[in-house]
Design a protein around this ligand. Sequence first.
Ligand SMILES: CC(C)(COP(=O)(O)OP(=O)(O)OC[C@H]1O[C@@H](n2cnc3c(N)ncnc32)[C@H](O)[C@@H]1OP(=O)(O)O)[C@@H](O)C(=O)NCCC(=O)NCCS
Length: 426
Amino acid sequence: MAVERSSSTSSSSSSSSSSSSTTGGLIVVREFDPRKDRVGVEEVERRCEVGPSGKLSLFTDLLGDPICRVRHSPAFLMLVAELGGEIVGMVRGCIKTVTCGKKLCRNVKTNTSNYLKAPLPVYTKAAYILGLRISPSHRRMGIGLKLVREIEEWFRQNGAEYSYLATENDNQASVKLFTDKCGYSKFRTPSILVNPVFAHRVAVSKRVTIIELAPHDAVLLYRRRFATTEFFPRDIDSVLNNKLSLGTFLAVPRGRYGPGSWSGSAGFLANPPESWAVLSVWNCKDVFMLEVRGASRMKRTFVKTTRMVDKALPFLRLPSVPDVFKPFGLHFMYGLGGEGPQAVKMMRALCAHAHNLAKKRGCGVVATEVSSREPLRLAIPHWKMLSCAEDLWCIKRLGEDYSDGSVGDWTKSPPDSSIFVDPREF
Ligand SMILES: CC(C)(COP(=O)(O)OP(=O)(O)OC[C@H]1O[C@@H](n2cnc3c(N)ncnc32)[C@H](O)[C@@H]1OP(=O)(O)O)[C@@H](O)C(=O)NCCC(=O)NCCS
Protein backbone atom coordinates (compact mmCIF):
# COMPACT_ATOMS: atom_id res chain seq x y z
CA MET A 1 0.00 0.00 0.00
CA ALA A 2 1.67 3.27 -1.12
CA VAL A 3 1.34 6.09 1.41
CA GLU A 4 1.97 9.80 0.80
CA ARG A 5 2.09 12.22 3.69
CA SER A 6 1.27 15.90 3.94
CA SER A 7 0.84 18.12 6.99
CA SER A 8 -2.32 19.55 8.54
CA THR A 9 -3.31 20.91 11.95
CA SER A 10 -5.70 19.55 14.56
CA SER A 11 -7.93 21.34 17.05
CA SER A 12 -5.51 20.78 19.86
CA SER A 13 -2.13 20.06 18.34
CA SER A 14 -0.56 19.23 15.03
CA SER A 15 -1.32 15.98 13.17
CA SER A 16 -0.76 14.67 9.67
CA SER A 17 -2.87 13.46 6.78
CA SER A 18 -2.04 10.65 4.42
CA SER A 19 -3.36 8.82 1.40
CA SER A 20 -3.04 5.25 0.24
CA SER A 21 -4.47 3.23 -2.61
CA THR A 22 -6.82 0.29 -2.17
CA THR A 23 -8.44 -1.85 -4.86
CA GLY A 24 -11.36 0.62 -4.75
CA GLY A 25 -9.26 3.80 -5.31
CA LEU A 26 -7.24 6.33 -3.34
CA ILE A 27 -8.03 6.56 0.38
CA VAL A 28 -7.23 9.91 1.95
CA VAL A 29 -7.06 10.13 5.74
CA ARG A 30 -7.22 13.67 7.06
CA GLU A 31 -8.51 15.72 9.94
CA PHE A 32 -12.29 16.20 10.18
CA ASP A 33 -13.38 19.60 8.90
CA PRO A 34 -16.67 20.66 10.54
CA ARG A 35 -17.52 23.03 7.70
CA LYS A 36 -17.60 20.42 4.95
CA ASP A 37 -17.60 16.94 6.54
CA ARG A 38 -20.58 16.99 8.90
CA VAL A 39 -23.14 15.61 6.44
CA GLY A 40 -20.80 12.87 5.18
CA VAL A 41 -19.90 11.79 8.72
CA GLU A 42 -23.55 11.68 9.78
CA GLU A 43 -24.35 9.53 6.75
CA VAL A 44 -21.67 6.98 7.75
CA GLU A 45 -22.96 6.98 11.36
CA ARG A 46 -26.48 6.38 10.07
CA ARG A 47 -25.41 3.50 7.81
CA CYS A 48 -23.41 1.89 10.62
CA GLU A 49 -26.34 1.92 13.00
CA VAL A 50 -28.90 0.12 10.84
CA GLY A 51 -29.52 -3.11 12.78
CA PRO A 52 -30.58 -6.43 11.31
CA SER A 53 -34.21 -6.25 10.16
CA GLY A 54 -36.75 -7.44 12.73
CA LYS A 55 -34.35 -6.72 15.63
CA LEU A 56 -34.10 -3.77 18.00
CA SER A 57 -31.25 -1.35 17.38
CA LEU A 58 -29.99 1.69 19.28
CA PHE A 59 -29.53 4.94 17.34
CA THR A 60 -27.31 7.73 18.62
CA ASP A 61 -27.99 11.30 17.56
CA LEU A 62 -24.84 13.40 18.09
CA LEU A 63 -26.94 16.57 17.84
CA GLY A 64 -25.03 17.90 14.84
CA ASP A 65 -21.62 17.79 16.54
CA PRO A 66 -19.56 14.72 15.50
CA ILE A 67 -16.77 15.69 17.93
CA CYS A 68 -19.10 15.96 20.92
CA ARG A 69 -17.86 12.78 22.59
CA VAL A 70 -14.23 13.93 22.78
CA ARG A 71 -14.38 17.72 22.82
CA HIS A 72 -14.26 18.02 26.62
CA SER A 73 -10.93 16.17 26.84
CA PRO A 74 -7.68 18.15 27.18
CA ALA A 75 -6.52 17.10 23.66
CA PHE A 76 -8.57 15.48 20.94
CA LEU A 77 -8.60 14.72 17.23
CA MET A 78 -11.09 13.34 14.75
CA LEU A 79 -9.89 11.81 11.47
CA VAL A 80 -11.97 10.95 8.41
CA ALA A 81 -11.21 8.54 5.58
CA GLU A 82 -12.25 9.79 2.15
CA LEU A 83 -12.56 7.79 -1.07
CA GLY A 84 -13.29 9.63 -4.32
CA GLY A 85 -14.53 12.65 -2.36
CA GLU A 86 -16.91 10.54 -0.24
CA ILE A 87 -16.44 10.07 3.51
CA VAL A 88 -16.30 6.33 4.21
CA GLY A 89 -15.00 6.17 7.76
CA MET A 90 -13.87 8.06 10.83
CA VAL A 91 -12.23 7.73 14.21
CA ARG A 92 -11.96 9.98 17.26
CA GLY A 93 -9.17 10.04 19.81
CA CYS A 94 -8.32 11.99 22.93
CA ILE A 95 -5.37 12.20 25.29
CA LYS A 96 -5.25 12.90 29.02
CA THR A 97 -3.20 12.09 32.08
CA VAL A 98 -4.61 9.33 34.26
CA THR A 99 -3.62 7.16 37.21
CA CYS A 100 -2.04 3.86 36.18
CA GLY A 101 -0.97 2.65 39.60
CA LYS A 102 0.17 3.75 43.03
CA LYS A 103 3.37 4.01 45.03
CA LEU A 104 3.94 4.32 48.75
CA CYS A 105 5.16 7.59 50.20
CA ARG A 106 6.61 7.71 53.75
CA ASN A 107 6.15 11.39 54.39
CA VAL A 108 2.53 11.73 55.40
CA LYS A 109 2.05 13.03 58.93
CA THR A 110 -1.01 11.90 60.89
CA ASN A 111 -2.91 13.72 63.69
CA THR A 112 -0.86 11.84 66.26
CA SER A 113 2.42 12.99 64.71
CA ASN A 114 3.22 9.53 63.42
CA TYR A 115 4.46 9.09 59.89
CA LEU A 116 2.46 6.78 57.68
CA LYS A 117 3.09 5.20 54.33
CA ALA A 118 0.38 6.72 52.18
CA PRO A 119 -0.34 5.57 48.63
CA LEU A 120 0.22 8.20 45.96
CA PRO A 121 -0.97 7.99 42.36
CA VAL A 122 1.40 7.22 39.50
CA TYR A 123 0.24 9.06 36.41
CA THR A 124 0.67 8.29 32.74
CA LYS A 125 -0.42 9.98 29.52
CA ALA A 126 -3.13 7.74 28.06
CA ALA A 127 -4.95 8.03 24.76
CA TYR A 128 -8.47 6.78 24.15
CA ILE A 129 -9.89 5.68 20.79
CA LEU A 130 -13.62 5.91 20.22
CA GLY A 131 -16.22 6.23 17.50
CA LEU A 132 -14.34 4.18 14.90
CA ARG A 133 -16.82 3.61 12.07
CA ILE A 134 -16.41 2.31 8.53
CA SER A 135 -19.28 2.46 6.08
CA PRO A 136 -20.64 -1.12 5.62
CA SER A 137 -19.99 -0.90 1.85
CA HIS A 138 -16.27 -0.19 2.44
CA ARG A 139 -15.35 -2.74 5.09
CA ARG A 140 -12.49 -5.25 4.85
CA MET A 141 -10.49 -2.88 2.65
CA GLY A 142 -7.98 -1.96 5.35
CA ILE A 143 -9.54 1.45 6.07
CA GLY A 144 -10.26 0.77 9.75
CA LEU A 145 -6.67 -0.38 10.26
CA LYS A 146 -5.34 2.71 8.50
CA LEU A 147 -7.43 5.06 10.65
CA VAL A 148 -6.22 3.35 13.84
CA ARG A 149 -2.57 3.58 12.75
CA GLU A 150 -2.98 7.28 11.90
CA ILE A 151 -4.62 8.21 15.18
CA GLU A 152 -1.95 6.23 17.07
CA GLU A 153 0.68 8.26 15.24
CA TRP A 154 -0.96 11.43 16.57
CA PHE A 155 -1.02 9.90 20.08
CA ARG A 156 2.73 9.19 19.89
CA GLN A 157 3.53 12.66 18.57
CA ASN A 158 1.70 14.06 21.59
CA GLY A 159 3.54 11.94 24.13
CA ALA A 160 0.87 9.35 24.95
CA GLU A 161 2.35 6.25 26.59
CA TYR A 162 -0.69 3.99 26.29
CA SER A 163 -3.67 3.74 23.96
CA TYR A 164 -6.93 2.07 24.98
CA LEU A 165 -10.48 1.60 23.77
CA ALA A 166 -13.76 0.02 24.82
CA THR A 167 -15.69 -2.36 22.61
CA GLU A 168 -18.41 -4.94 22.97
CA ASN A 169 -16.99 -8.33 23.81
CA ASP A 170 -18.91 -9.95 20.95
CA ASN A 171 -17.90 -7.37 18.30
CA GLN A 172 -15.61 -9.78 16.49
CA ALA A 173 -14.57 -7.32 13.78
CA SER A 174 -13.48 -4.72 16.30
CA VAL A 175 -11.83 -7.16 18.75
CA LYS A 176 -9.89 -8.84 15.94
CA LEU A 177 -8.84 -5.55 14.38
CA PHE A 178 -7.37 -4.30 17.65
CA THR A 179 -5.96 -7.53 19.11
CA ASP A 180 -4.82 -9.39 15.96
CA LYS A 181 -3.70 -6.46 13.80
CA CYS A 182 -2.88 -3.56 16.10
CA GLY A 183 -1.18 -5.23 19.08
CA TYR A 184 -3.78 -4.47 21.79
CA SER A 185 -4.46 -6.88 24.63
CA LYS A 186 -7.66 -7.45 26.57
CA PHE A 187 -7.32 -5.43 29.77
CA ARG A 188 -10.43 -4.81 31.86
CA THR A 189 -14.10 -5.80 31.66
CA PRO A 190 -16.16 -3.23 33.57
CA SER A 191 -19.96 -3.36 33.52
CA ILE A 192 -22.26 -0.73 32.06
CA LEU A 193 -25.32 -0.59 34.33
CA VAL A 194 -28.44 1.10 32.96
CA ASN A 195 -31.69 1.79 34.78
CA PRO A 196 -34.86 3.31 33.31
CA VAL A 197 -36.22 6.54 34.72
CA PHE A 198 -39.71 5.82 36.00
CA ALA A 199 -42.66 8.19 35.91
CA HIS A 200 -42.70 8.15 39.75
CA ARG A 201 -40.04 9.45 42.12
CA VAL A 202 -37.96 6.86 43.94
CA ALA A 203 -37.90 7.08 47.75
CA VAL A 204 -34.59 8.15 49.31
CA SER A 205 -33.85 6.53 52.69
CA LYS A 206 -34.86 8.80 55.57
CA ARG A 207 -31.81 7.64 57.53
CA VAL A 208 -29.47 9.29 55.06
CA THR A 209 -28.67 12.96 54.49
CA ILE A 210 -27.54 13.99 51.02
CA ILE A 211 -25.27 17.03 50.73
CA GLU A 212 -24.51 18.67 47.40
CA LEU A 213 -20.83 19.62 47.32
CA ALA A 214 -19.51 22.82 45.76
CA PRO A 215 -17.13 21.96 42.87
CA HIS A 216 -14.00 22.96 44.87
CA ASP A 217 -15.09 20.68 47.73
CA ALA A 218 -15.78 17.86 45.27
CA VAL A 219 -12.30 18.30 43.70
CA LEU A 220 -10.65 18.13 47.13
CA LEU A 221 -12.59 15.05 48.16
CA TYR A 222 -11.86 13.19 44.92
CA ARG A 223 -8.18 14.13 44.93
CA ARG A 224 -7.69 13.08 48.56
CA ARG A 225 -9.66 9.83 48.42
CA PHE A 226 -9.77 8.57 44.84
CA ALA A 227 -6.63 9.80 43.08
CA THR A 228 -5.08 6.31 43.26
CA THR A 229 -8.05 4.70 41.48
CA GLU A 230 -7.09 3.36 38.06
CA PHE A 231 -7.92 5.81 35.20
CA PHE A 232 -8.53 8.70 37.63
CA PRO A 233 -8.03 11.84 35.48
CA ARG A 234 -5.41 14.24 36.81
CA ASP A 235 -7.54 17.12 35.51
CA ILE A 236 -10.48 16.09 37.72
CA ASP A 237 -11.04 19.80 38.36
CA SER A 238 -11.93 20.35 34.68
CA VAL A 239 -14.37 17.44 34.85
CA LEU A 240 -16.13 18.65 37.99
CA ASN A 241 -16.20 22.29 36.86
CA ASN A 242 -17.54 21.42 33.40
CA LYS A 243 -21.05 22.72 32.72
CA LEU A 244 -22.13 19.15 31.92
CA SER A 245 -21.34 18.03 35.46
CA LEU A 246 -24.64 18.45 37.28
CA GLY A 247 -23.29 18.03 40.78
CA THR A 248 -21.44 15.90 43.31
CA PHE A 249 -23.53 14.40 46.08
CA LEU A 250 -22.31 13.07 49.40
CA ALA A 251 -24.42 10.71 51.55
CA VAL A 252 -23.87 10.63 55.31
CA PRO A 253 -25.91 9.17 58.21
CA ARG A 254 -28.84 11.41 59.14
CA GLY A 255 -28.13 13.80 62.00
CA ARG A 256 -24.44 14.06 61.27
CA TYR A 257 -24.77 17.52 59.69
CA GLY A 258 -27.51 20.02 60.44
CA PRO A 259 -28.37 22.95 58.15
CA GLY A 260 -25.29 25.17 57.78
CA SER A 261 -22.96 22.86 59.73
CA TRP A 262 -21.03 21.57 56.71
CA SER A 263 -17.58 23.11 56.89
CA GLY A 264 -16.01 21.69 53.74
CA SER A 265 -14.35 18.50 52.53
CA ALA A 266 -11.09 19.04 54.43
CA GLY A 267 -12.94 19.07 57.77
CA PHE A 268 -15.11 16.17 56.65
CA LEU A 269 -12.14 13.99 55.72
CA ALA A 270 -10.32 14.83 58.96
CA ASN A 271 -13.23 13.38 60.91
CA PRO A 272 -15.52 11.40 58.61
CA PRO A 273 -18.55 9.43 59.79
CA GLU A 274 -18.14 5.67 59.99
CA SER A 275 -19.90 5.27 56.63
CA TRP A 276 -20.37 7.61 53.69
CA ALA A 277 -20.64 7.52 49.89
CA VAL A 278 -20.23 9.94 47.02
CA LEU A 279 -21.19 10.18 43.34
CA SER A 280 -21.34 12.80 40.61
CA VAL A 281 -23.80 13.20 37.76
CA TRP A 282 -22.94 14.10 34.15
CA ASN A 283 -25.50 15.44 31.70
CA CYS A 284 -25.08 13.35 28.52
CA LYS A 285 -28.50 14.60 27.36
CA ASP A 286 -26.92 17.79 26.04
CA VAL A 287 -24.25 15.78 24.20
CA PHE A 288 -26.20 13.03 22.44
CA MET A 289 -29.67 11.49 22.35
CA LEU A 290 -30.55 7.82 21.97
CA GLU A 291 -33.48 6.09 20.32
CA VAL A 292 -34.53 2.43 20.10
CA ARG A 293 -35.70 1.50 16.63
CA GLY A 294 -37.22 -1.63 15.14
CA ALA A 295 -39.70 -2.43 17.96
CA SER A 296 -42.96 -4.16 17.07
CA ARG A 297 -46.28 -2.34 17.53
CA MET A 298 -47.11 -4.73 20.38
CA LYS A 299 -43.94 -3.78 22.31
CA ARG A 300 -44.59 -0.09 21.80
CA THR A 301 -48.17 -0.39 23.04
CA PHE A 302 -47.07 -2.38 26.11
CA VAL A 303 -44.45 0.23 27.02
CA LYS A 304 -46.91 3.09 26.49
CA THR A 305 -49.52 1.42 28.69
CA THR A 306 -47.17 0.78 31.64
CA ARG A 307 -46.04 4.38 31.41
CA MET A 308 -49.57 5.75 31.42
CA VAL A 309 -50.47 3.69 34.49
CA ASP A 310 -47.25 4.75 36.28
CA LYS A 311 -47.98 8.40 35.52
CA ALA A 312 -51.60 8.19 36.64
CA LEU A 313 -50.93 6.11 39.78
CA PRO A 314 -47.38 6.99 40.92
CA PHE A 315 -47.97 5.61 44.44
CA LEU A 316 -48.05 2.09 42.92
CA ARG A 317 -44.34 2.59 42.06
CA LEU A 318 -44.76 0.62 38.86
CA PRO A 319 -41.34 -0.01 37.24
CA SER A 320 -42.45 1.45 33.89
CA VAL A 321 -40.26 1.80 30.80
CA PRO A 322 -39.87 5.33 29.41
CA ASP A 323 -40.71 5.97 25.76
CA VAL A 324 -37.39 4.88 24.34
CA PHE A 325 -38.87 4.73 20.83
CA LYS A 326 -38.54 8.51 20.63
CA PRO A 327 -35.18 10.28 21.17
CA PHE A 328 -34.31 10.24 24.87
CA GLY A 329 -31.43 11.52 26.95
CA LEU A 330 -29.36 10.00 29.72
CA HIS A 331 -27.51 10.99 32.83
CA PHE A 332 -24.22 9.28 33.67
CA MET A 333 -23.23 8.66 37.28
CA TYR A 334 -19.46 8.77 37.77
CA GLY A 335 -16.90 8.96 40.56
CA LEU A 336 -18.79 6.46 42.71
CA GLY A 337 -17.07 5.66 45.97
CA GLY A 338 -17.52 5.34 49.69
CA GLU A 339 -16.25 3.92 52.92
CA GLY A 340 -17.56 2.02 55.93
CA PRO A 341 -19.97 -0.83 56.65
CA GLN A 342 -23.02 1.19 55.54
CA ALA A 343 -21.47 2.49 52.29
CA VAL A 344 -23.76 0.32 50.14
CA LYS A 345 -26.82 1.76 51.89
CA MET A 346 -25.48 5.30 51.38
CA MET A 347 -24.84 4.58 47.71
CA ARG A 348 -28.38 3.24 47.30
CA ALA A 349 -29.72 6.56 48.60
CA LEU A 350 -27.47 8.45 46.17
CA CYS A 351 -28.71 6.36 43.22
CA ALA A 352 -32.31 7.11 44.23
CA HIS A 353 -31.41 10.81 44.36
CA ALA A 354 -29.77 10.58 40.92
CA HIS A 355 -32.89 8.87 39.54
CA ASN A 356 -35.09 11.71 40.79
CA LEU A 357 -32.74 14.31 39.31
CA ALA A 358 -32.92 12.51 35.94
CA LYS A 359 -36.71 12.40 36.16
CA LYS A 360 -36.86 16.13 36.90
CA ARG A 361 -34.64 16.84 33.89
CA GLY A 362 -36.65 14.61 31.52
CA CYS A 363 -34.14 11.79 30.95
CA GLY A 364 -35.05 8.30 29.78
CA VAL A 365 -32.30 6.37 31.58
CA VAL A 366 -29.52 6.68 34.14
CA ALA A 367 -26.30 4.81 33.40
CA THR A 368 -22.99 4.18 35.05
CA GLU A 369 -19.91 2.06 34.41
CA VAL A 370 -18.07 0.30 37.23
CA SER A 371 -15.40 -2.32 37.70
CA SER A 372 -16.65 -5.90 37.63
CA ARG A 373 -15.23 -6.18 41.19
CA GLU A 374 -16.69 -2.90 42.48
CA PRO A 375 -17.94 -3.53 46.05
CA LEU A 376 -20.60 -0.79 45.71
CA ARG A 377 -22.20 -2.22 42.57
CA LEU A 378 -24.71 -4.06 44.79
CA ALA A 379 -26.28 -0.68 45.45
CA ILE A 380 -26.70 0.33 41.81
CA PRO A 381 -30.18 -0.37 40.45
CA HIS A 382 -30.16 -1.56 36.85
CA TRP A 383 -32.10 -3.61 34.38
CA LYS A 384 -30.12 -6.52 32.99
CA MET A 385 -31.77 -6.21 29.57
CA LEU A 386 -30.51 -2.60 29.22
CA SER A 387 -27.05 -3.19 30.71
CA CYS A 388 -23.82 -4.69 29.45
CA ALA A 389 -22.16 -7.09 31.91
CA GLU A 390 -18.78 -7.02 30.16
CA ASP A 391 -17.62 -3.95 28.31
CA LEU A 392 -14.23 -5.01 26.96
CA TRP A 393 -11.37 -2.50 27.38
CA CYS A 394 -8.27 -3.24 25.32
CA ILE A 395 -4.91 -1.54 25.83
CA LYS A 396 -1.56 -1.15 24.10
CA ARG A 397 1.76 0.29 25.17
CA LEU A 398 2.81 2.86 22.60
CA GLY A 399 6.54 3.09 23.25
CA GLU A 400 9.38 1.96 25.47
CA ASP A 401 10.47 5.17 27.30
CA TYR A 402 8.24 5.34 30.32
CA SER A 403 7.49 7.51 33.31
CA ASP A 404 5.83 4.62 35.13
CA GLY A 405 8.94 3.01 36.58
CA SER A 406 7.39 2.04 39.90
CA VAL A 407 4.36 0.48 38.22
CA GLY A 408 6.09 -1.29 35.36
CA ASP A 409 4.09 -2.23 32.31
CA TRP A 410 0.51 -1.17 33.09
CA THR A 411 -0.88 -3.53 30.44
CA LYS A 412 0.32 -6.47 32.57
CA SER A 413 -1.08 -5.24 35.91
CA PRO A 414 -3.95 -7.07 37.63
CA PRO A 415 -7.31 -5.24 37.90
CA ASP A 416 -8.15 -3.26 41.03
CA SER A 417 -11.50 -3.38 42.79
CA SER A 418 -12.51 0.02 41.37
CA ILE A 419 -12.02 1.93 38.14
CA PHE A 420 -12.69 5.61 37.37
CA VAL A 421 -14.75 5.97 34.20
CA ASP A 422 -14.38 9.45 32.79
CA PRO A 423 -17.81 10.86 31.89
CA ARG A 424 -16.28 12.92 29.06
CA GLU A 425 -15.83 9.75 27.03
CA PHE A 426 -18.94 7.78 27.83
C1 LIG B 1 -14.71 -2.76 13.18
C2 LIG B 1 -14.56 -1.96 11.86
C3 LIG B 1 -14.16 -0.55 12.22
C4 LIG B 1 -13.46 -2.62 11.02
O1 LIG B 1 -13.20 -1.78 9.89
P1 LIG B 1 -12.64 -2.33 8.50
O2 LIG B 1 -12.20 -1.19 7.69
O3 LIG B 1 -13.62 -3.25 7.91
O4 LIG B 1 -11.39 -3.19 9.00
P2 LIG B 1 -10.10 -3.52 8.12
O5 LIG B 1 -10.48 -3.82 6.71
O6 LIG B 1 -9.08 -2.50 8.34
O7 LIG B 1 -9.68 -4.90 8.81
C5 LIG B 1 -8.46 -5.07 9.49
C6 LIG B 1 -8.52 -6.39 10.25
O8 LIG B 1 -9.55 -6.37 11.24
C7 LIG B 1 -10.14 -7.67 11.36
N1 LIG B 1 -11.53 -7.63 10.88
C8 LIG B 1 -12.17 -6.60 10.33
N2 LIG B 1 -13.46 -6.91 10.10
C9 LIG B 1 -13.62 -8.18 10.50
C10 LIG B 1 -14.72 -9.05 10.51
N3 LIG B 1 -15.93 -8.68 10.06
N4 LIG B 1 -14.55 -10.29 11.03
C11 LIG B 1 -13.36 -10.69 11.52
N5 LIG B 1 -12.25 -9.89 11.51
C12 LIG B 1 -12.40 -8.64 11.01
C13 LIG B 1 -9.32 -8.57 10.46
O9 LIG B 1 -8.23 -9.05 11.22
C14 LIG B 1 -8.86 -7.58 9.41
O10 LIG B 1 -7.71 -8.01 8.73
P3 LIG B 1 -7.87 -8.92 7.40
O11 LIG B 1 -8.87 -8.24 6.52
O12 LIG B 1 -6.48 -8.94 6.85
O13 LIG B 1 -8.35 -10.26 7.88
C15 LIG B 1 -15.88 -1.98 11.05
O14 LIG B 1 -16.34 -3.33 10.95
C16 LIG B 1 -17.01 -1.14 11.65
O15 LIG B 1 -17.12 0.05 11.38
N6 LIG B 1 -17.88 -1.76 12.48
C17 LIG B 1 -19.01 -1.07 13.09
C18 LIG B 1 -18.57 -0.07 14.15
C19 LIG B 1 -17.65 -0.70 15.18
O16 LIG B 1 -17.87 -1.81 15.64
N7 LIG B 1 -16.60 0.05 15.57
C20 LIG B 1 -15.61 -0.39 16.52
C21 LIG B 1 -15.97 0.11 17.87
S1 LIG B 1 -14.53 0.28 18.86
